[in-house]
Design a protein around this ligand. Sequence first.
Ligand SMILES: [Mg+2]
Ligand SMILES: [Zn+2]
Length: 256
Amino acid sequence: MASSKEGTPRVLVALDCDHTIIDGNSDTWIMALLPDHMVPKEIKKRFKKEHNSWTIYMGEIFEYMHSIGIGEAALHDSIAGIPLTPGMKELFEYQASCPQLDFIVISDSNSYFIDVILGSQGFQKGVNKIYTNQAEFNADGCLKIHFSNPHTCPRKCPKNLCKQTSLRGFLEEQRSKDIEYDRVCMVGDGQNDFCPCFCLKEQDYVFPRKGYSLVKLLQERKERQSSDDGDDIIATAKPWDSATEILNVVKGFFDS
Ligand SMILES: [Mg+2]
Ligand SMILES: [Zn+2]
């Protein structure tokens, strides 16, 4: 293919974070820091009845945490303590040894959590770009989270992030630097990892984590596809339990 230099393909792996890189949900993980692990009723009520935005909900929880003295150190230690999914460390180690293999992270969590997760594992250097909600501590020490990825996706993507828009944006950015990928892999677990699967090509792969909703969404789509025309998912789907299964497929791209 066009981008192959001396026969070595160029491969992109786009990873979700929660339940994909880490074996848990970072947003719900930190709830263990709250008194009795409980989100105050008023915050829950506003989420259900007023804004219905997870990003706003988390912003209000960070404000509440700040008001009761849960600061950066506690958040950092909680997030850094979330275990990785099986085989994920080996996948990142392989990436570090493979110059033709690029990783990006696309996650509806926030930049602070992702920096802590990648930083505590020594994975940061291997990640080319992170698409997420930008977050930083203000002068008072409260974590502030922002809507950072506006999009016009017609699917059911949350208003602050469409992973297909982000993935396409990255591919476009790389193309402008003359970097074209022979294969693109999407690794995820949830509903918002479904939309990017529609922009993958025939030679591409989607790795949905077994036991999570993306597997089912892909399966349902496949069953409908034969009778439906138009918008199909044509990439190969390979459900995984351990990221070593992803690693074996990725290694195969470079061996053949
Ligand atoms: Mg996830
Ligand atoms: Zn979308």
